[in-house]
Design a binder for this molecule. Structure first.
Ligand SMILES: Cc1cc2nc3c(=O)[nH]c(=O)nc-3n(C[C@H](O)[C@H](O)[C@H](O)COP(=O)(O)OP(=O)(O)OC[C@H]3O[C@@H](n4cnc5c(N)ncnc54)[C@H](O)[C@@H]3O)c2cc1C
Length: 471
């Protein structure tokens, strides 16, 4: 028996943030045949995307290093990498590095460098090409995908993966006049916009979850010593992560709840039992998280949207807790009487000389107050592809190569991530990873979920590339 000379199998990945870079890494590490991988990514470096492009050392990953290894079979990989590489990259690892939360810029360096390592160790003949441009159009034929970039380059590949991440909406028409105003930071990670607010006496932070923690940590690091007023529509406030074990596996008892109402009843009962036992509620989301995918898949769209309407805010603020080290900035400002938070809804924002005058509806009254600065920490994420202005997204929908998911979140795909076109046909060579699969999987954005998706996707693609043995 002889093995024929194997041609290069090719994969094109659009988007080289965390999900796209990790998919490439897993393909290279697991391939038994030479691969030609092309990543189309407009950013300079692969692996960073939105989350890990920050350069601020106070922006931390929100979990302990030991859960964010790129290799789930080796949870100690990231802690070891941090000990070896942290000091040269401006970070001194603490003694308990596995339970610490490293800076996000360093995590991005880890992903970037591990991808470079995977290229260096890849099967002979494998290549990785980074085309620094935006994908503009895609045509899928049964055995070939053709992608054209905004710069006019055409890439043909056997397989393509959409790893486009999440998109931000434009400011609403009632807030558009604030764009570019020196006292308004539309993005809590915009270092220059925050620099302009250091001399303020009072800043309004709209939103009370992880983006707010980043903003407070950034302002404190800049030496800001004024007051913060934090508001959110539901009055939820993100907590710092405590080290707790997952609560008991209560959802394993009996069939999974089929409705949002049943789920809420089971969670509330468990919460009461946890309180009565004097245990920490933070173990509860850890016990629920493994069931999010089966719960979401088992529900119909009506129940999914009920969950989104009524339980999402509660779920987001309990499941996505802040790294204790960055939450400390919030706790310190609170204990100094400089940070207060409450439930309120914005009615209007108006620019008046050097102030932004904000009209708010709190739980008890309508209030109008001038602020020296406003930081938008709502963490806006646009999941409805029909609303996204990005030309590639528009072109994918217009050509019918993809269709919106029936929930309005992301695009339609099989449970494995194979995309479904406008006519309902499953593409056999076009898949997605991460945010575009929000409607298919719900939790599809965090490191651990995207890691599992990238591994499964790489294995599915590689299964199609097995060497052909000729007698
Ligand atoms: C500020 C922030 C902090 C976070 N922190 C954590 C954390 O601590 N822990 C955690 O588990 N999760 C965290 N997350 C969740 C985060 O979503 C994931 O960890 C991960 O970074 C998402 O990666 P992604 O590749 O899906 O998206 P992105 O990082 O957004 O990458 C998508 C990439 O696609 C590119 N792209 C899009 N369209 C095109 C096109 N047409 N052509 C070419 N390129 C294109 C973009 O330039 C971008 O770089 C955080 C998210 C944010 C926003």
């Amino acid at each position: 028996m002889r093995i024929d000379r194997i041609p290069h199998h090719s994969v094109a990945i659009v988007g080289g943030g965390f999900a796209g870079a990790l998919t490439a890494l897993k393909l290279l590490d697991r391939a038994e045949v030479p691969l030609a991988i092309t990543i189309i990514e407009r950013r300079e470096e692969l692996g960073r995307g939105v989350a890990y492009s920050t350069t601020e050392p106070v922006h931390l990953v929100n979990g302990p290093a030991e859960i964010f290894s790129l290799y789930p079979e080796d949870p100690g990989h990231l802690p070891r990498w941090l000990v070896e590489n942290g000091p040269a990259n401006g970070w001194t690892p603490p003694a308990e590095v596995g339970s610490s939360s490293p800076p996000r810029y360093l995590y991005g360096t880890y992903v970037r460098d591990e991808l470079a390592r995977a290229v260096a160790n890849a099967r002979l003949g494998s290549t990785l090409r980074h085309i620094r441009s935006s994908a503009a159009a895609l045509v899928a034929a049964p055995n070939r995908i053709r992608i054209t970039t905004a710069g006019g380059t055409a890439i043909e590949a056997d397989e393509a993966v959409l790893a486009l991440g999440v998109f931000q909406p434009r400011l609403s028409s009632s807030e558009a006049h604030l764009a570019g105003h020196s006292r308004f930071a539309a993005n809590p990670w915009d270092a220059r916009a925050l620099d302009r607010l250091v001399d303020c006496d009072e800043i309004l932070l709209i939103g009370s979850s992880l983006s707010m923690v980043d903003a407070v940590a950034s302002m404190e690091a800049r030496g800001y010593r004024g007051r913060y007023r934090v508001i959110s529509r539901r009055g939820q406030f993100v907590e710092g992560r405590r080290t707790v074990d997952a609560a008991r596996d209560f959802l394993a008892e009996g069939p999974l709840p089929a409705t949002a109402r049943d789920l809420l009843a089971r969670v509330k009962a468990e919460r009461r039992a946890i309180s009565a036992a004097g245990a920490d509620w933070q173990g509860l989301p850890l016990a629920i998280r493994p069931y999010i995918l089966p719960l979401w898949k088992g529900a119909n769209d009506g129940e999914r949207l009920r969950f989104v309407r009524h339980l999402r805010a509660f779920w987001d603020v309990t499941a996505h807790r802040a790294a204790p080290e960055s939450h400390e900035a919030v706790a310190t400002a609170t204990s100094q009487g400089r940070l207060e938070y409450g439930r309120a809804r914005i009615l209007s924002l108006a620019v008046e000389e050097s102030h932004i005058v904000v009209k708010l509806r709190t739980t008890t009254r309508v209030e109008t107050a001038p602020f020296d600065g406003v930081i938008d920490c709502r963490g806006h994420q646009l999941h409805d592809w029909r609303q996204i202005a990005d030309p590639f997204v528009k072109s994918l929908l217009a050509s019918g190569e993809v269709r919106p998911h029936s929930t309005g979140y992301g695009i339609d795909a099989t449970p494995e991530g194979d995309l479904i076109n406008e006519e309902g046909r499953v593409h056999r060579n076009l898949s997605a990873v991460g945010h575009p699969l929000r409607g298919v999987a719900w939790e599809s954005s965090s490191i651990t979920e995207q890691r599992a998706q990238a591994i499964a996707l790489a294995d599915r693609i590689l299964a199609k590339f097995t060497p052909v043995r000729v007698a």
